[in-house]
Design a protein around this ligand. Structure first.
Ligand SMILES: [Zn+2]
Length: 1001
């Protein structure tokens, strides 16, 4: 048995070698020799570079191309910056932030067939690509040299590289040879979406920096001192002792630096296709190793408490995991540095990470395999590196921490009170929900596309990372766990230090699994299909001494996946059979001695099944509805409950709550009941909303019926979203609906009384309003401004049983020119009501703000007393002339302009905590003016002006749905000190104030 197995292994090994050889793989070789010097005073780097290039291709080359990536940040007109504009991103906020690379001297040298050397100095730069003719054609096997010198003006940190404070991150910083492969020259300019592709080779880089700068880089130190020992964290000392010691060394280091001392370090690296480095006087250093491979960790002193030991341990675990799953880490060192960027970025032997997060370390160090060792063309096939490393990170996290996929202890440390209690989704569930919601949005693009051809950044991100990772999960499911692990090893062994692509990876998968996998690669990489299987019927019967269970399965959507069918018997034993899922319907038969109980399709949720509600008999989960809970099980109805209560003058205390049922994210229904302790009124609400799939993925239907604080209402509407992109504006929204409302009579009329300057006035009129409505909204934006246009048409007709007949048309156009919390806001608003004599008061236009119908939508404004009168609460809307707050000035025609300018306070106090609170405060100046048609009166002009204070803050997760729809809460105090028309006995200019939780415009 053993011998036969050995022969088989040798045979398959021979087969592999043969297949690999058949492709006639070749790759170019490049050796970079660089001498660079950092000039911190002018944020620049000067350097000389010699490139030795060997043509291993079967082609004769006549040109050479180099990437000059830093030029993407030269101005806002580069290809990179122009593409960013399409996504409403401005690459350089100011030209002071720009950076570029200037080639100061340039020479290519090679010899002709007779061995005669010739050189050429001409070159041409277009955007980020340098192109040059060769002095002589370069035949297969031929070699050439490029000698150049450059000046790199380092940009203010942007995306992946640059300087901030005293730290310099050097990534994509030197002239780099474009890849020449079987597709020819990959002389692609640097795009906003998508990453890199490099030629494997050797780097010898001599780095000179002022003495106080500590250096970390790709490669091994072969000469000089990177400064690590000077700032090595002695973890055996106490915090105080160590700090004292560091202070002393730092002072010495600074002194040497000030005396003009330099530090020169030479790094050498082989079998890499890029070289990155970082330097900063504030770095601390820790070292360790895994299985003889040195690990260097460099981080800024302010994060010491988080990074110390932890980053090192996690890096060692990453090397162990990757070595075990794919192949031994083949480089002589690993450097993990604290980078300036958000998230992390990978380079050979070196990663730049914004935090010590374990999954981030796994992701970036994983990239040293998928991108680094297995060097794919990242802008062409991003899924092959981002998908693979996202997949392997989750695989690691689930292996280490169980199915939740994260370190629970670590997360608890950072969780709020509520986050600790709320049911959390596993990392797999959260990603699956993200992938499926994108795949059903109507904007689904396939995984395998050049990055810059995606319509928007979100499409690139979800495809490369989220869907890309599930591609590997599903491949693992299709071929089986053991075979998948063999694939991982074979892929590494066959292709390490080479260029990989989809065909090469697929060939490995086919060779190892001996399965036909073309359908799988095509379906998931080239198409944008979804998969859904459902149980048709389950027949159980006794045949002789056994139980026979016949399960019929229906393929609901176009995508195909082999689907596991699991039967559980009454004794709890489980049996799994697989159906290939190819035809419209299928059947699986189980024979068991034990009585069958439950059947479930895809029990491990492995096939990205669009709906799992048809995979098994549904269970019901009953839990408390924590605020902001995103937990939505895929295979069970969720029923949530939560109590709520409020106060108003009629009910006094209102107590009650709601029960809500969810079927995933597509459907939900709720029932709420409230009791007025003083009025003894029982109020109720029923609401149902669902996705209406035949009308497009983003069409919703909603139905609502309520008796609420003296009013009865039924509302039914459809809402549509139409846009060319999923996340980029403009997004068009249309609502079509019908609304029935009625002020209930008798004592219930008391609810709608509102006090205006000491007099209680009924704000709702009795009688039925039956109206149809149509609204349209669109949100165009530019690089520096946002806007929102809303058009409305409401019409109530006696023919529909309405007691009122009127028609109202309105348009509101808002502009925001934001600068963080500062900026300018403009609002133009016009509305005209026809037949205003037959319009109920709740639907008329109020000069000071929202009308009663709009106020009714806020639970705390429905009835008087919901908020204390003394609070002067202002709800924006209507004419929004704040100076006329709480004056019942009501009309049927308006044209209003509101203007507000904000300026953020930027305090420089010695107390950081106070600075950060005050920093969120801005002061505002505003003016409002309206031509207003008063009911039964002539038109008149009203105006006001004043100033205000706003506190804008992101609410903690626990609180953010209470008053606002999102996380951003505004607390607004307005002082409309001037009005054009004052109340009798008041001056036009006087102190007035009001308060609100929403932005005024
Ligand atoms: Zn990545």
């Amino acid at each position: 048995m053993k011998t036969r197995f050995l022969i088989l292994s040798i045979l398959s090994l021979l087969l592999f070698t043969k297949l690999a050889a058949n492709e006639k793989y070749w790759q170019q070789f490049v050796h970079y020799k660089m001498d660079v010097m950092l000039l911190p005073v002018e944020h620049a780097l000067t350097g000389t570079q010699m490139i030795e290039y060997k043509n291993n291709s079967p082609d004769t080359l006549r040109k050479i191309f180099l990437h000059l990536y830093p030029n993407a940040y030269r101005n806002n007109n580069t290809i990179y910056a122009s593409e960013a504009r399409k996504y409403y991103r401005k690459v350089l906020p100011s030209m002071k932030d720009a950076g570029y690379i200037e080639i100061e001297s340039f020479r290519i040298i090679n010899s002709d067939s007779s061995g005669q050397e010739k050189s050429l100095s001409a070159f041409h730069v277009n955007d980020t690509i340098l192109e040059a003719e060769l002095p002589n054609p370069l035949p297969p096997g031929g070699e050439l040299k490029v000698e150049l010198s450059f000046y790199l003006k380092i940009r203010k940190f942007n995306r992946r590289a640059g300087y901030r404070e005293s730290q310099y991150d050097f990534a994509q910083w030197y002239p780099k040879v474009c890849v020449y492969d079987e597709t020819g020259w990959n002389a692609e300019p640097f795009h906003n979406l998508g990453e890199f592709y490099g030629e494997f080779g050797t780097f010898d880089v001599n780095i000179q920096v002022p003495f106080e700068y500590i250096v970390g880089a790709t490669g091994e130190v072969v000469e000089g001192d990177p400064g690590w020992d000077l700032v090595k964290v002695d973890t055996s000392l106490t915090k105080a002792q160590w700090r004292e010691q560091l202070k002393k060394t730092k002072a010495e280091i600074r002194k040497k630096s000030e005396e003009g001392d330099f530090r020169t370090v030479k790094f050498h690296a082989e079998n890499v296709h890029d070289f990155a480095w970082v330097t900063c006087p504030d770095f601390l250093y820790e070292s360790g190793e895994w299985d003889g491979i040195p690990i260097h960790v460099l981080y800024r002193s302010r994060v010491k408490s988080r990074w110390s030991k932890t980053a090192l341990e996690r890096s060692a675990r990453a090397l162990e995991w990757l070595s075990e799953k794919f192949g031994r880490y083949p480089y002589p060192q690993l450097t993990v540095t604290h980078g300036l960027l958000r998230g992390g970025m990978e380079y050979p032997m070196l990663v730049m990470n914004s935090s010590e997060s374990e999954s981030l370390i796994l992701h970036e160090v994983g990239h040293i395999y998928f991108y680094g060792i297995l060097g794919n063309n990242e802008w062409k096939e991003a899924w092959l590196d981002e998908g693979f490393t996202s997949f392997q990170t989750r695989w690691y996290m689930e292996t280490r921490y169980g199915s939740q996929g994260f370190d629970r202890r670590e997360r608890l440390k950072r969780s709020t009170w509520l986050q600790k209690r709320r049911p959390a989704r596993t990392s797999r569930e959260a990603n699956r929900a993200r992938a499926l919601s994108y795949m059903n949005s109507g904007h689904n693009e396939p995984i395998s596309k050049p990055a810059y051809t995606y319509k928007e950044p979100a499409g690139y991100g979800i495809n490369a990372y989220t869907k890309g990772a599930f591609f590997f999960d599903m491949l693992k499911y299709v071929v089986g766990d053991d075979i998948f692990e063999e694939i991982c090893h074979e892929y590494f062994a066959r292709w390490k230090f080479k260029h990989v692509n989809r065909a090469r990876f697929m060939q490995v998968c086919k060779d190892v699994s001996r399965m036909k996998l073309d359908w799988f690669f095509e379906q998931w990489l080239d198409k944008s299909l979804t998969v859904d299987y459902s149980i048709g019927s389950v027949e159980k019967q006794r045949v002789d001494s056994l139980w026979q269970t016949k399960v019929s399965i229906i393929k609901e959507e176009k995508g195909t996946m082999p689907v596991d069918v699991q039967l559980t018997t009454q004794s709890g034993e489980t049996f799994i059979k697989q159906w290939d899922g190819v035809e419209k319907t299928g059947e699986v038969i189980f024979k068991t001695s034990d009585k069958p109980d439950k059947v479930i399709l895809d029990p491990t949720d492995a096939i990205l099944d669009n709906s799992r509600f048809n995979n098994s008999p549904l269970k019901t989960k009953f839990i408390f509805e924590y605020p902001n809970m995103t937990f939505r099980p895929r295979n069970a109805f969720l029923i949530t409950w939560r109590p709520s209560g409020w106060y108003n003058k009629v009910d006094k205390l209102r107590i009650g709550g709601r029960i809500k049922g969810w079927q995933g994210t597509q459907k939900n229904a709720e029932i709420g009941l409230w009791f007025g302790t003083n009025s003894h009124e029982l109020d109720y609400r029923f609401r149902h909303s669902r996705q209406i799939k035949p009308l497009g993925g983003r069409t919703q239907g909603s139905l609502m019926l309520q008796k609420m604080e003296g009013r009865f209402e039924i509302d039914a509407h459809l809402s549509f979203i139409k846009s060319d992109n999923l996340t980029l504006p403009p997004m068009h929204r249309i609502w079509v609906g019908f609304n029935h409302s009625r002020q209930l009579s008798g004592k219930r009329e008391l609810y709608s009384l509102r006090e205006f300057s000491g007099t209680a006035i009924p704000t709702w009129q009795t009688g039925v309003v039956n109206k149809a409505y149509l609204r349209y909204g669109v949100n165009p934006r530019g690089l520096n401004w946002f806007s929102n246009l809303t058009l409305g048409l409401d019409t109530a007709q006696k023919d529909w049983g309405s007691d009122f007949t009127y028609t109202a048309v309105s348009a509101e156009l808002k502009f925001w020119f934001p600068k963080t919390q500062e900026g300018l806001s403009l609002r133009f608003y016009t509305k005209k009501i026809f037949d205003s004599a037959d319009t109920p008061r709740q639907d008329l236009i109020f000069l000071d703000g929202a009308n009663p119908r709009q106020r009714f939508k806020r639970f705390y404004l429905r009835s008087d007393g919901g908020l204390p009168d003394g609070l002067h609460y202002h709800l924006p809307g209507g004419g929004n002339l704040r100076g006329f707050y709480n004056q019942p000035i009501i009309g049927d025609e308006i044209f209003a302009i509101n203007v507000e300018a904000r300026k953020q306070l930027k305090p420089k106090l010695p107390w950081q905590a106070l600075n950060s609170i005050l920093g969120r405060i801005s002061i505002a100046g505003f003016t409002d003016i309206a031509a207003f048609g008063l009911i039964n009166f002539t038109k008149d002009i009203f105006a006001d002006a004043g100033f205000g204070i706003r506190l804008q803050t992101r609410l903690p997760d626990d609180w953010y749905t209470i008053f606002t729809a999102g996380r951003n809460l505004t607390v607004r105090l307005d002082f409309p000190i001037w009005v054009s028309k004052s109340l009798p006995g008041e001056d036009n200019l006087r102190f007035r104030w009001l308060f609100g939780f929403e932005q005024a415009l």
